[in-house]
Design a protein around this ligand. Structure first.
Ligand SMILES: O=C(CO)[C@H](O)[C@H](O)COP(=O)(O)O
Length: 464
């Protein structure tokens, strides 16, 4: 099929794909904004300003679309209208970026002014990152600069209109990154992906346009161009999503695969196509499963079906001592929220009675202010010794995830653990004990020969 045979709608569709990119960029920007801390901290002005930016971009998008359509109808040359619409999109995008950057810098600037110590703390770890960004964005702008130059020198004036906006955009990004490091930091993933996208787009166009000229403007070739221009877009989305949160991390392989897919589609040869499809299908489950593996807290999921944990010692009744790692408080909360609590340990943890194999006592989490009175009360009421657990790699006692100390109660003889647990918990200053009584339903003990001993609470009830 030749160019003249193509209906106007086909042109419009191709042009639409080009003018879609600023639209999606603006969407991703908005999305990124909603995640950036400076946006959250200065919600109202930032929201209004980003909304205005979004409207500007949407306007430019529709303007570009209508212009493209008009050009398609009126201009005989398809490539002419294609380049013009693309350069127009880029121009609109670069026009709206400075105003947007200004909008964004205002709230973060006022925030920095009002909370200098906080912003200082925030900026410290990212300082080195800030320093490296300008040079990085400069590097990114170089290829598009040279591409622009080569376009300018070797092709028609239409290429000039295509390459100049992207060149100036990269240049402005470079200066922006030099002059507004803190601002650039907050937007860095977006700008990096934008620069990458533009560079790759220019690059793929530089590769595909001469090829298209040589091959002729057939429907198939226009498709090749379409998919080639899509792939850098998806490719640039990949690092963009990578830089966001763990959830969006899973989107990264997805977009990487999409880029591969769109790269392989034009060739219509089956092997890269199926390879990409398999990659895509590989990344889809991780994407769809990611919400399930997200670190939800007990506020969102207070009821759990199952909790699996290790233990320091498990007796014949499936009572456990836990807290060798000083995490028993949070572990007990989690275990208490689960319908089934399962222990997996090696067979050295398998005992008839607590204290048989585990000689480091019952870990007790205590408020730091009360550790000494608690220690004295335990020793007076229950005998044995309550020893403040000291850190191995730093001076002073171990501090738990909850900011507390741990006393290891070295008991003298086997006890009624339920009574002991209640007695310890009644001492003011005690946060939680490492005694997990009647909580586990089943315990699996792995042996060195590879076999597994299974202890079930059912069996225990039968034994009683
Ligand atoms: O209770 C714990 C941490 O507070 C652990 O489950 C317990 O110390 C067992 O650890 P490991 O399996 O590494 O021996």
């Amino acid at each position: 099929m030749q160019l003249k045979d193509l209906p106007n709608e086909a042109f419009s569709l191709s042009l639409l794909s080009f003018s879609l990119s600023p639209f999606f960029l603006s969407l991703s920007l908005l999305f990124f904004l909603s995640l950036s801390p400076s946006f959250l901290l200065s919600l109202s002005p930032s929201f209004l300003l980003s909304l205005s930016f979004f409207l500007t971009l949407s306007l430019s998008f529709f303007l570009t679309l209508s212009l493209s359509f008009f050009l398609t109808l009126s201009l005989p040359s398809f490539s002419l209208s294609l380049f013009l619409s693309f350069s127009l999109s880029l121009s609109f995008l670069s026009l709206s970026l400075p105003s947007f950057s200004f909008c964004l810098s205002l709230p973060s600037f006022s925030f920095c002014l009002s909370l200098p110590s906080f912003s200082f703390c925030l900026s410290l770890p990212s300082f080195s990152f800030c320093l490296s960004l300008p040079s990085f964005s400069f590097c990114l702008s170089l290829p598009s600069f040279f591409l622009s130059l080569s376009f300018f020198l070797s092709f028609s004036p239409f290429f000039l209109s295509l390459s100049l906006p992207s060149f100036f955009l990269s240049l402005s990004l470079f200066f922006l990154s030099l002059s507004l490091p803190s601002f650039f930091l907050s937007l860095s993933p977006f700008f990096l992906s934008l620069s990458l996208s533009l560079s790759l787009l220019s690059f793929s166009l530089s590769l595909s346009l001469p090829w298209l000229n040589a091959k002729g403007l057939t429907c198939h070739n226009v498709c090749v161009l379409f998919f080639l221009s899509l792939s850098p877009f998806f490719l640039s989305l990949s690092p963009f999503f990578l830089s966001l949160s763990p959830f969006f991390l899973s989107l990264s392989p997805f977009f990487l695969s999409l880029s591969l897919l769109s790269l392989s589609l034009p060739s219509f040869s089956l092997s890269p196509f199926f390879l990409s499809l398999s990659l895509l299908s590989l990344s889809l489950p991780s994407f769809s499963l990611s919400p399930f593996f997200f670190a939800y807290d007990l506020e969102r999921t207070p009821k759990l079906d199952i909790a699996i944990d290790g233990a320091d010692e498990v007796d014949s009744q499936l009572n456990c001592i836990k807290g060798g790692g000083a995490c028993q408080f949070q572990e007990k909360i989690v275990a208490s929220c689960a319908k089934e609590f399962i222990i997996i340990a090696d067979d050295r943890k398998n005992s008839q009675e607590l204290g048989e194999n585990w000689k480091r006592g019952v870990p007790i989490e205590v408020l730091p202010v009360a550790y000494r009175p608690v220690k004295i009360k335990i020793e007076e009421q229950l005998g044995g010794k309550a020893v403040l657990r000291m850190a191995e790699n730093k001076a002073g006692p171990i501090v738990t995830d909850n900011g507390n100390f741990v006393l290891d109660w070295l008991f003298e003889k086997s006890c009624d653990w339920s009574e002991i647990n209640t007695a310890i918990k009644l001492i003011p200053g005690v946060v939680e004990t490492g005694l997990f009584l009647k909580m586990a339903k089943v315990a699996y003990f792995g042996k060195t020969d590879g076999s597994v001993i299974v202890k079930k609470s059912q069996e225990i009830n039968n034994c009683r």
